[in-house]
Write a new protein. Structure first.
Length: 202
C-alpha cells in the first residue's frame, strides 16, 4: 500500500484522532467503534483503525534490552489495518511509508501538494494532517491534552502550528474539533463528544 491510495478515500466522512493523554479513557464507545486514527501506544486503551508513528525505534536495534520498559512492543504489535510511519520499525501490521514536512517552514497547501503530511513535533499533529489528506470532513481529537510529555514547553509554537493547519482545513471544508475536556490547547475548537456524534451522525 502507498499513501497515495488513501488520498480523499474518506471524503465527507468523520473520524476520531486518538492520542494517549488522560482524556482518552473517556472516549465514547460509539466513537471508538467508528474510524479511528491512533498514535504511538494507543493500544494500551484499544486498537484503532489506523496507527501513526513518526519516531524511529527499530525492533532490536534502537533500544536493545529496553523494549519492554519503553513499551516498544506495544507499538510494534498493535493490530490495525495499517501503520503510517516514517521508519520501517518492524511492525506486525502492514505499513504505509509517509514523508513529513514541518509546518513551521512550509505551508500546509504546499506540503499536501507534494504528497507529504504536515507535522510539528508530535505524532498527533501528523495524525490530524493524515486525516485531512484522507479527506475526512469532520475530525474529532481526543487525548491531545499536552500534559506530562514536555510538549507544554513549546505550547505557544504548537498552538500557532495548529492554527495554521486548521485554518487551511476550514478553507477545504474540513473541521477539526477538540473532544477533550482536559486539553490545554486553545487553538482547536472545543466540542463535546455528544455534540460531535449528533452533528456527524456517529
Amino acid at each position: 500500500m502507498r499513501l497515495e491510495d488513501f488520498k480523499n478515500k474518506y471524503e465527507y466522512q468523520s473520524c476520531v484522532i486518538a492520542a494517549t493523554g488522560p482524556s482518552i479513557v473517556s472516549l465514547n464507545p460509539r466513537l471508538r467503534s467508528g474510524i479511528t486514527i491512533g498514535v504511538n501506544k494507543i493500544a494500551r486503551y484499544f486498537n484503532p483503525t489506523y496507527l501513526v508513528v513518526i519516531d524511529r525505534f527499530r525492533r532490536g536495534i534502537d533500544h536493545p534490552g529496553r523494549e519492554e520498559e519503553l513499551g516498544c512492543n506495544l507499538v510494534w504489535d498493535t493490530v490495525v489495518e495499517c501503520v503510517f510511519t516514517r521508519w520501517d520499525n518492524g511492525y506486525t501490521s502492514p505499513t504505509v511509508m509517509i514523508e513529513c514536512s514541518p509546518i513551521n517552514t512550509i505551508g500546509p497547501e504546499t506540503i499536501f501538494r507534494k504528497g507529504r503530511i504536515p507535522t510539528f513535533n508530535t505524532a498527533t499533529f501528523a495524525a490530524i494532517g493524515l486525516a485531512m489528506y484522507m479527506g475526512f470532513q469532520n475530525i474529532g481529537v481526543i487525548g491531545f491534552d499536552v500534559r506530562g510529555h514536555g510538549i507544554e514547553r513549546t505550547i505557544d509554537q504548537l498552538e500557532a502550528a495548529l492554527m495554521r493547519l486548521t485554518d487551511y482545513a476550514k478553507k477545504q471544508g474540513q473541521n477539526v474539533w477538540n473532544l477533550s475536556d482536559q486539553s490545554m490547547l486553545t487553538s482547536l475548537e472545543k466540542c463535546s463528544q455528544e455534540d460531535f456524534m449528533r452533528w456527524t451522525g456517529g
